[in-house]
Design a protein around this ligand. Structure first.
Ligand SMILES: Cc1cc2nc3c(=O)[nH]c(=O)nc-3n(C[C@H](O)[C@H](O)[C@H](O)COP(=O)(O)O)c2cc1C
Length: 368
């Protein structure tokens, strides 16, 4: 897969989830495998130019976190250009423009999903960036503002002419938020509209089979996953293998899950320091335990986690308590086994069931 001059080893991408897709999470997923280009949370271009410390924290990275795209939002072409030029100097591999964010403070200034409605202005902004940069510029959009304004195909075509190297399309409208189902037909219209750039489909992909389904039904060149990755950091490795061989690898063992959870915490502590890292891990750990079988003993204590050492105590206590749910071979007795996420074959599923199947992490969810 090529994004302009950037060659990528995987056609699977990590979607930005503000507050979650930080450096420790990206590294955790990268170490498991299957992912190449990952994207930061969205960052305000002007804040980057001003070297605002919060904006700088959002783009924190290291050599293992490569290739990396930074997602920018803003509506002033010169600001977007200058922020991107600085990122290029810092070694960032690609810049993604947020055109899907429906948050009022982003849309009010003409950024995020407002960009889907003003194509001339958006094209000018993109051209200003593309002319100044050597690294690829990509755009992430929804299908349109609402069902009466499904502008994504036209926008993608206009952006391709303006020089974007790829587009990411979340198959919902701004008005939909996270409700309803992803419209694969809408993504297919974008694929048909562009001449040669890759179109990356996004939305509700939580299993290797649903990635395959999205590709087969839309013709998209790659798939980007957000919540599915948070729910299951193995998803990129498993999906890559499945797309290449048609075979589904076995689910990670309990021991592997423990090992990755520990690693994730270690990276949190390394990047954010022990106190902040542990505090931030309070909302992360329960995502791992969804696959542990009964885990209330663990969940109750981990939401008050303060130190790395305490984590091991909590874990030891949990492992002792968990024995009651195991059979003589050390496996969970069948009635305690967690439910796996079922392939979400989008349009075939009632909306409510689909939403239940894919938990939405706490955050500015209704605005995303
Ligand atoms: C908590 C949360 C934060 C998000 N933050 C961003 C963001 O910073 N930039 C962006 O383009 N999309 C953001 N999104 C949208 C996701 O990137 C993605 O398009 C959406 O979740 C659908 O994909 P999924 O079903 O694989 O999660 C966010 C979504 C959620 C739930």
């Amino acid at each position: 897969m090529q994004f302009g001059s950037l060659s990528l080893k995987s056609n699977l991408f990590l979607s930005p989830l503000a507050g979650y897709t930080n450096l420790p999470f990206r590294l955790t997923v990268r170490e498991i495998g299957g992912l190449d280009l990952a994207t930061t949370d969205l960052v305000n271009a002007r804040s980057l130019i001003e070297r605002n410390h919060k904006a700088l924290a959002l783009i924190e990275t290291n050599v293992a976190d490569s290739p990396l795209a930074v997602q920018l939002f803003g509506a002033v072409p010169e600001e977007m250009r200058d922020a991107a030029l600085w990122l290029q100097e810092q070694g960032v591999n690609s810049v993604d423009i947020n055109m899907g964010c429906p948050v009022r403070k982003v849309v009010r200034v003409g950024g995020g999903s407002a960009m889907m409605t003003e194509m001339g202005r958006t094209a000018k902004l993109v051209r200003t960036m593309v002319d100044a940069l050597n690294i690829p510029v990509t755009a992430k959009m929804r299908l349109g503002w609402d069902d009466n304004n499904l502008t994504a195909p036209e926008l993608a075509r206009v952006l391709e002419d303006a020089g974007v190297a790829a587009v990411f399309v979340h198959g919902r409208t701004r008005e939909q938020g996270f409700s309803g189902v992803v419209k694969l037909d809408g993504i297919a219209r974008v694929v048909e509209a562009v001449k040669s750039i890759p179109v990356i489909g996004n939305g509700d992909v939580t299993t290797p089979e649903s990635a395959r389904h999205m590709i087969d039904h839309t013709g998209c060149h790659g798939v980007s996953m957000g919540r599915g990755a948070f729910y299951n950091p193995w998803i990129f490795k498993h999906t890559k293998l499945y797309l290449e061989t048609g075979k589904l690898p076995p689910e990670p063992t309990f021991q592997e899950r423990l090992q990755v959870m520990r690693r994730h915490l270690d990276l949190m502590v390394e990047v954010f320091g022990e106190s902040k890292g542990c505090m931030m891990f309070r909302k992360v750990a329960p995502w791992y335990t969804k696959q542990f079988g009964p885990a209330n003993k663990f969940n109750k204590r981990v939401v008050m986690l303060k130190t790395r050492e305490e984590f091991e105590e909590i874990l030891d206590e949990f492992l002792e308590w968990r024995v009651q749910f195991l059979d003589e071979t050390g496996e969970l007795k069948p009635r305690y086994q967690p439910h796996n996420l079922q392939p979400s074959f989008m349009e075939d599923q009632p909306a409510v069931a689909n939403r239940e199947r894919i938990p939405v992490p706490k955050g500015p969810v209704e605005v995303w």
